[in-house]
Design a protein. Structure first.
Length: 244
């Protein structure tokens, strides 16, 4: 059963579940115990929503089984990573980070899984707001390594690099990080998203005309039904209204 809470009319329910930002999705059991707390909608279409809820349902069924299996075989790296992924799906970022730290400590430096573990760890640290500074530093290290080896995972780690610069008001550096990865992997699925971010960062840096030009270029390149092209159209409207 899905229930939409109007926080202006019902202050008790948000307080009960520790909700301080909107939107927040809370999945609770029959006894009203929170199982999942997701800040921000992790989907933008009905299809994505159905997949997200299916994934959550599977994760809730799997987590106790995986924990029991790992308790019997605590050195099993693959099992640990599977459980960490399950924790991440359930927004249990602190549990994921703790487990990933333990896995990382036990891996040899030349183990091929090290960078994957670091990437998952950075994601948990940032999404859980557990240690933003460490998460950003991991992203910087990984992005450099991935770019040098022409590894597309740079397109994942660079998001943390961008956010680190953005938080410090270093808009030029944030743009450079994004566009460097876009240039290296022009066919990656996140290229349009990062071009929209780069345009907005240009505006943040004080170049409104340049931001409008770049946003229009994203829209013209299409495809029109792409989620981030739609976002670009909204951004263009806001930019053109700015200062009027």
């Amino acid at each position: 059963m899905a229930i939409l809470i109007d926080v202006d009319k019902d202050e008790a329910t948000p307080k009960k579940y520790g909700v301080s930002a909107m939107p927040t999705l809370v999945i609770a059991d029959a006894k009203e115990k929170a199982l999942i707390t997701q800040v921000g909608a992790p989907f933008s279409t009905a299809e994505e929503a159905l997949k997200w809820f299916d994934d959550i349902g599977t994760a809730l069924k799997d987590v106790e089984k995986l924990e029991a299996e790992l308790a019997k075989d605590s050195k099993n790296v693959d099992l640990s990573l599977k459980l960490a992924d399950t924790y991440a799906k359930l927004s249990r970022h602190a549990d994921a980070a703790k487990l990933l730290d333990a896995v990382l400590a036990g891996l040899a430096k030349d183990d091929k899984r090290v960078n994957d573990v670091k990437l998952k760890l950075a994601d948990a640290l940032l999404k859980g707001e557990l240690d933003n500074e460490r998460g950003i530093e991991l992203c910087k290290e990984l992005t450099k390594t991935f770019l040098e080896s022409k590894d597309e995972r740079a397109m994942e780690s660079v998001h943390g690099v961008m956010m680190g610069h953005w938080q410090k008001g270093e808009y030029k550096e944030a743009r450079e990080a994004l566009l460097g990865c876009v240039a290296a992997f022009p066919k990656h699925a996140r290229v349009i998203e990062y071009r929209v971010f780069a345009a907005y960062l240009l505006f943040q840096a004080g170049d409104k005309a340049g931001a409008i030009k770049e946003t229009k270029a994203v829209i013209e390149a299409g495809p029109a039904d792409h989620e981030w092209v739609k976002q670009a159209k909204q951004l263009l409207e806001e930019l053109e209204k700015e200062g009027k």
